[in-house]
Write a protein that binds this ligand. Structure first.
Ligand code: PEP
Ligand code: MN
Length: 453
């Protein structure tokens, strides 16, 4: 810290500042210039003498190091990896997805969601039991029963669980039921709660206050770290701005900014960050692109009937689509442990199965070729200008595909396959018809005027 004295500050004023610094067991180094004196303050926790800016003769006090130490990269250059249950987050671990309902509503709701998100590749289950709602008349969560149901769903799937703690008195019971405690946006400035979770043996997911700067957020993390808990994960969930088209403004710049300032893992919450289901997927992908260590996503079996945050909760298929995209773009990697070592008999069996798949693929290719030839023949048999495809027959085909019962493929997946075949056929027909028109045009031109009649 540097104390800049006013021009003309008296010797007595300078002495007084020096004395105050030394009284706090810090060292003062004076640099006496022609016009003014500058005093360097050195020692641990120099913030303790920040009040000297109000002493007579002081012009300004300049902080040179970050006010947060334990959270800063300056003091801890290696990135931290936090373990939630058996899942590691941060410091180069693969992107982790935490997912689950905004609120735990029933055993069926949370366990069905847990099974689904596990199947899709999530690594942590979320679910609110104590809900900090804006209105006291809204659903406040199931409380301890909700925590128990969440823990049960976690145990049933093997997923570690995270839930929001709203009061210091709850920390003990949370420690028994969850793998990670969440401090919500509305409580980021609740210093009593921050100190209480700092005494927990569980990691803490610290959400950014919706009106907090990054420095205030890191100072909140500092409260937890300095209370003895080294396992803090930061979660950006959107801040309040003047923009009304989204629930919050998701500050994705926080990721690269925090990377420079802190060693702690960073998670993005595009559900609360946007407030709209349709915006969750693009912003989740953007968060992965910008280097977040994890995502936290609200998922519900029947979003319109969710008792909280219905507008931003993804349905099961929507969550599946998001996970597919994350995999396709290679943000999501399969955990190494999930790849079971093949048994001795497996390679033989696997090869046989793959041979049969190759066979089927060859037959499918031949059938596709045959179908395309027929479609082009239909196009050529019709008078030019008329489209070769018959919309009613195409619709009937898609309906039949959707209705096939007992198939391994879902109705949606079968529609996907037949839809692509139809699109490819149309494209081949269009090409053939364009080629035919071009040839006819050339012949007309070659035959000279009058032949078009
Ligand atoms: C939540 O995660 O359900 C929640 C209430 O989040 P936030 O504190 O970010 O609003
Ligand atoms: Mn919510």
């Amino acid at each position: 810290m540097i104390v800049v004295m006013r021009t003309g500050a008296t010797g007595q004023e300078i002495d007084e500042v020096k004395k105050t610094i030394e009284e706090h067991s810090l060292e003062a180094f004076l640099s006496v210039g022609e016009e003014r004196t500058v005093i360097g303050v050195v020692g641990p926790d120099v913030e303790r003498v920040e009040h000297i800016h109000s002493l007579p003769g002081v012009e300004q006090v300049i902080r040179v190091s970050k006010p947060y130490k334990l959270a800063s990269r300056e003091h801890h250059p290696d990135r931290t990896r936090v373990k939630v249950g058996s899942v590691e987050i941060g410091a180069g671990a693969p992107l982790r997805v935490m997912a689950g309902p905004c609120s735990v509503e029933s055993r069926e709701q949370v366990s069905a969601t847990a099974r689904w998100v596990l199947r899709e590749g999530a690594s942590v289950l979320r679910g609110g039991a104590f809900k900090p709602r804006t209105s006291p008349y809204q659903f406040q969560g199931l409380g301890i029963e909700g925590l128990e149901l969440l823990a049960e769903a976690g145990a049933g799937t093997g997923l570690p669980v995270v839930s929001e703690v709203t009061d210091p008195s709850q920390v003990e019971i949370f420690d028994q039921h969850v793998d990670m405690l969440q401090v919500g946006s509305r409580n980021m400035h609740n210093f009593v709660l921050l100190r209480a979770v700092g005494q927990s043996r569980r990691p803490v997911l610290l959400k950014r206050g919706f009106g907090a700067t990054i420095e205030e957020w890191l100072m909140a993390a500092e409260y937890i770290l300095s209370s003895g808990n080294p396992n803090v994960i930061l979660c950006e969930r959107g801040i309040r701005t003047f923009e009304p088209s989204t629930r919050n403004t998701l500050d994705l710049t926080a990721v690269p900014v925090l990377r420079e300032l802190t060693h702690l893992p960073i998670v993005i919450d595009p559900s609360h960050g946007t407030g709209h289901r349709s915006l969750v997927r693009p912003m989740a992908l953007a968060a992965a692109a910008v280097g977040a260590d994890g995502l936290i996503i609200e998922v519900h079996p029947d979003p319109p009937r969710a008792r909280s945050d219905a507008d931003q909760s993804l349905s099961f298929p929507e969550f599946g689509d998001l996970m597919d995209d994350l995999r396709r773009l290679e943000y999501l990697r399969e955990p190494v442990a999930a790849v079971a070592p093949p048994s001795v008999a497996a390679p033989v069996e696997l090869e046989r199965l793959r041979d049969r798949i190759d066979d089927v693929d060859a037959r499918l290719a031949a059938l596709l070729e045959e179908r395309a030839h027929l479609a082009v023949a239909v196009q050529q048999t019709r008078s030019s200008g008329e489209h070769g495809h018959d919309v009613a027959r195409e619709r009937a085909l898609l309906e039949r595909a959707a209705a096939s019962e007992g198939s391994v493929l879902s109705a949606q997946e079968r529609e996907m396959v037949f839809g692509s075949i139809l699109r490819a056929s149309r494209s081949a027909q269009r090409r053939s018809s364009a080629a035919a028109e071009k040839t006819a045009g050339t012949q007309v031109a070659a035959a000279g005027p009058g032949s078009a009649a």
